[in-house]
Design a binder for this molecule. Structure first.
Ligand SMILES: [Zn+2]
Length: 168
């Protein structure tokens, strides 16, 4: 598919801000008694992340909040492109950001779309997340706002695993 040329930009990419991300603030403050974010906290973090989504083509902003084993919350959002095949999901931008920042152990991820829309991870994201965290908990809301949760291994039947592949 060739890229479509638009004569008017519907939305500019968000400008970087100096504001500290809500990531570690909200989740820790509102966390469970153990100090770790609850599923509801993580959903709230994903909602925050969704505000940064760049989704002018689909108009379907998605946010993700990835929880590290140490209790850190890392945000991701979908980032689209005029060349549609280059669009990237929120779950993967969160994972890549985490890896770049030296995190590689994860216990949960929350994914949200706007109210009334469920947003469980797509197949590609399930496979990519499985590489790093097969036992990951995945949280998302159904169309009525209820929080659903599944282990990633339940969501991805028979993942591709390359036995000879080794992470650096
Ligand atoms: Zn995806």
């Amino acid at each position: 598919m060739s890229a479509r040329v638009r004569t008017t930009a519907r939305r500019r990419p968000p400008r970087p801000t100096a504001r500290r991300p809500a990531a570690s603030r909200g989740a820790r403050a509102a966390g469970s008694r153990s100090g770790r974010p609850t599923p509801r906290d993580l959903i709230r973090e994903a909602d925050q992340a969704r505000r940064r989504a760049y989704a002018p083509y689909s108009d379907f902003p998605v946010g993700a909040a990835l929880l590290t084993r140490q209790g850190r919350v890392i945000h991701g959002c979908n980032v689209e492109n005029a060349s549609y095949g280059l669009c990237v999901c929120a779950e993967r931008t969160a994972l890549w950001k985490a890896l770049i920042e030296g995190e590689s152990e994860f216990t949960a991820i929350a994914v949200t779309a706007r109210q009334g829309h469920g947003a469980p991870p797509c197949g590609a994201c399930r496979q990519v997340l499985f590489e790093f965290a097969p036992r990951l908990w995945v949280y998302w809301r159904d169309g009525r706002g209820r929080i659903l949760r599944r282990r990633l291994a339940e969501l991805l039947a028979m993942p591709f695993v390359l036995r000879t592949g080794r992470r650096a």
